[in-house]
Design a protein around this ligand. Structure first.
Ligand SMILES: Cc1cc2nc3c(=O)[nH]c(=O)nc-3n(C[C@H](O)[C@H](O)[C@H](O)COP(=O)(O)OP(=O)(O)OC[C@H]3O[C@@H](n4cnc5c(N)ncnc54)[C@H](O)[C@@H]3O)c2cc1C
Length: 289
């Protein structure tokens, strides 16, 4: 398991990507929900946005939403039914429970680590619901992430919270609030093993569920990504049967995780240009180094 703590928080990664894109003349459009991937003459021709705007693709459409979310954007009849059915049947990893906390740091041990892993029952393994809890205290490494005298914590059950018990729940209902409280308890208990008086220290507490994941990360069932186990199968490459439509992100090779999805973006980009252009880029890099 690889865990990353970029200085400046995950926003620093986004800022770096934005710099890379705009430096090379790219434009970024945020809050632009795609409702459909358009096609003309059996080729992806652009995207339609929720506000009715259409963006034409001069080269290709590249989708980094999950396999299930991408399929939902392509009208019936555009893709071969067998291919669509196979991709739709991709098994999904479970989702997450989250706790985001702001705590008083006064009097905490100086050797507090940035990261802890609590496994309740070794025999059940790391994918069993409510068994594995990860604790991150990134303000230990980067004090700028919390006000003076405070720490910021992210506690979560990584990819082991089933979507089923949450499916269809009304997020404003009492039943949801209660279930959220009950299924957060395992995270509080894990935290108490590290900071025994954590409940008294907490000044801000936000809990998240698979429905939070689904809604804010806008991922099918709030899933961590495709459950494709190494050795059993391989994540698919960027190409699709619809010409001009490529995929990248955690539903494509090499898989889940920031370095992997960055690599998948490079693979998709490389698939769009001929080899001699790759060679030109390499030559430029050699000159620059
Ligand atoms: C709690 C947690 C901790 C993690 N920790 C690590 C870690 O330490 N190290 C690591 O390497 N990886 C980590 N990961 C995994 C990593 O974050 C993901 O694998 C990676 O972010 C996936 O990137 P992506 O581009 O494939 O998908 P996403 O990041 O899901 O990007 C897809 C984007 O598409 C947008 N979208 C969806 N539908 C539409 C639409 N219709 N129109 C327009 N936009 C749309 C979404 O809003 C989203 O922004 C973690 C994941 C989680 C959930």
């Amino acid at each position: 398991m690889q865990l990353d703590y970029p200085q400046g928080g995950s926003a620093a990664l986004v800022a770096a990507l934005v710099r890379g894109i705009t430096k090379h003349g790219g434009q970024i459009k945020t809050a632009a929900h795609v409702t459909q991937i358009n096609s003309q003459k059996a080729r992806a021709s652009g995207v339609r946005l929720r506000n009715g705007e259409t963006i034409e693709a001069t080269c290709a459409v590249v989708s980094n939403t999950s396999v299930w979310d991408t399929l939902a954007l392509i009208p019936a009849g555009v893709l071969p039914p067998k291919w669509r059915a196979q991709r739709q049947a991709t098994p999904a990893c479970d989702s997450f429970m989250h706790l985001h906390l702001g705590i008083d740091a006064q009097g905490l041990p100086h050797d507090l680590a940035c990261h802890y892993i609590v496994l309740n029952d070794w025999e059940q393994g790391i994918t069993a619901p409510q068994n594995l809890v990860l604790v991150s205290i990134p303000s230990v490494l980067d004090a700028g992430l919390a006000p003076p005298g405070k720490h910021t914590l992210h506690v979560y059950t990584p990819g082991n919270e089933p979507y089923g018990p949450w499916q269809g729940m009304n997020r404003h209902s009492q039943a949801y609030a209660l279930q959220k409280q009950l299924r957060s308890e395992v995270m509080w208990q894990a935290l108490e093993r590290i900071i025994p008086d954590i409940r008294q220290r907490t000044t801000l507490s936000l809990a998240g569920t698979p429905l939070t994941h689904e809604r804010y990360l806008r991922r099918y069932q709030g899933s961590y990504g495709p459950a494709i186990a190494a050795g059993n199968a391989i994540f698919p490459g960027p190409k699709t049967p619809l010409k001009g439509l490529l995929c990248c992100g955690d539903s494509t090779f090499p898989g889940i995780g920031l370095p992997a999805v960055a690599a998948s973006g490079m693979i998709a980009a490389h698939s769009l240009v001929p080899v001699h252009q790759h060679q030109q880029t390499l030559a430029t890099m050699r000159l620059a180094s």
